[in-house]
Design a protein around this ligand. Structure first.
Ligand code: SOE
Length: 390
């Protein structure tokens, strides 16, 4: 096995999720050529970075990402920092010849994302964006069924991504923990944070989104800023409702919100086609629901025995599941990151880049920008998405 030295930048939620994947991948995907080594963790607060290194087993600590990017003993730069820093770090890392992994959304906006794509492609370095939900086995199985033509001509795509953690009007904004509430750091609110996940999955399952119309709302208009202590205007969208037109002629509805009381990470999708429908709900992640418009003998058409199947996606035949436990047992949220990392490493090994790479994530960014533009103008907006079949 070839050691691959990881330089992880950011020690928050995603720093933990990615670090866990680096630790798990060699043992659960033992055939891979590359074996991640937790070489260095980088964060601005030296004490927190040291504590993180001790906990997760990183060999060294950096407090300046620029030093990390220059280190000759680091092969991969993994960006788990707030969105406003992604572009600068990724471009510097690519120029230094590092492989680059980046947390979603890829960038603050389309222009930044384009510059990032240009940098990784000019350097010819492997790259990927951590849109992890593609790698939930039930979602991967949905993709497989679509590719096998089991859904037929698609008519509707429906996605919701709902949370409620920002509803408290007393919650401050900004700073290390609440930067997702500040547009200058996050780029947008739920559009970049939640809707981007739904768009990535939707375009993977159902192809390019060519046009959108959207409305956004900010319900709590002022919050105290964690750093300045001042009451300041809230600059992010709390909720977005979007209608979409796909290149394949189907229509989509998308709803993302951090104001859905009781919803913690309610990420669902449904696809309705001529020959079948698929449904997934991340709060019940082991299951894929599938309705097939066939009678039990395989003839097309519904009979009195037709009905929704609730597939427990835990058999060895299901995506990724032969890597984990015995059939019938389950895996969780963190495994989607390990699965994604395994795909990335295998992709590098085989010369077939794993998806979504930066170029594909740029297309998601284009849709996010179109959503924000439509919400501002009140008009339908073309997205300009160009997604080749991969
Ligand atoms: C916060 O809303 C968040 O942590 C997102 O940033 C993640 O991408 C999502 O997967 C879980 O919720």
């Amino acid at each position: 096995m070839v050691p691959l030295n990881i330089g992880m930048i950011g020690y928050g939620f995603m720093g933990r999720a990615h670090s866990n994947a680096y630790r798990q991948v060699p043992t659960f995907f033992p055939g891979l050529r590359y074996r991640p080594v937790l070489k260095a963790i980088c964060g601005r607060d030296a004490e927190r970075a040291r504590a993180f290194a001790d906990l997760w087993g990183y060999e060294t600590v950096e407090t300046d990402w620029r030093r990390m990017v220059e280190r000759p003993d680091v092969d991969v730069i993994d960006i788990g920092t707030p969105n406003s820093t992604h572009a600068e770090i990724a471009i510097a890392a690519a120029r230094a010849g590092k492989w680059v992994l980046c947390e979603k959304p890829l960038a603050m906006n389309r222009a930044e994302a384009e510059a990032m794509v240009e940098a990784v492609e000019a350097a010819g370095v492997p790259n990927m964006v951590w849109f992890n939900y593609r790698r939930v086995p039930a979602v991967s199985l949905a993709h497989q069924l679509v590719r096998e033509g089991r859904v037929g001509r698609p008519y509707h795509y429906r996605a919701t991504y709902l949370q409620d953690w920002t509803m408290n009007a007393e919650l401050p904004q900004g700073g290390q923990t609440l930067w997702r509430l500040e547009a200058a750091v996050a780029g947008s609110g739920v559009v970049g944070d939640l809707l981007s996940h739904s768009i990535d999955t939707a375009m993977w399952l159902n192809g390019p989104i060519v046009a959108v119309t959207a409305v956004t709302e900010t319900f709590v208009r002022q919050r105290r800023h964690q750093q300045t202590g001042e009451i300041e205007p809230v600059t992010v969208d709390d909720t977005v409702m979007m209608l979409a037109r796909f290149a394949n002629g189907s229509l989509g509805t998308f709803e993302s919100s951090r104001y859905a009381r009781g919803r913690k990470n309610f990420n669902t999708l449904e696809l309705n086609g001529a020959d079948g429908s698929l449904r997934f709900d991340l709060e019940d992640p082991q299951y894929l629901e599938f309705f097939e418009y066939r009678d039990p003998s395989g003839r097309k058409g519904e009979d009195h025995l037709a009905g929704w199947r609730r597939i427990h996606v835990s058999a060895h035949e299901h995506p990724y599941m032969n890597r984990w436990w015995v059939p019938g047992t389950t895996i969780g949220y963190e495994h989607s990151f390990t699965n994604a990392l395994a795909d990335f490493l295998e992709g590098v090994e085989k010369g077939k880049p794993a998806q979504p790479d930066f170029r594909t994530a740029l297309e998601t960014q284009k849709v996010c920008d179109a959503v924000l533009a439509s919400a501002a103008s009140g008009r339908w907006q073309e997205t300009g998405v160009e997604l080749p079949e991969r």
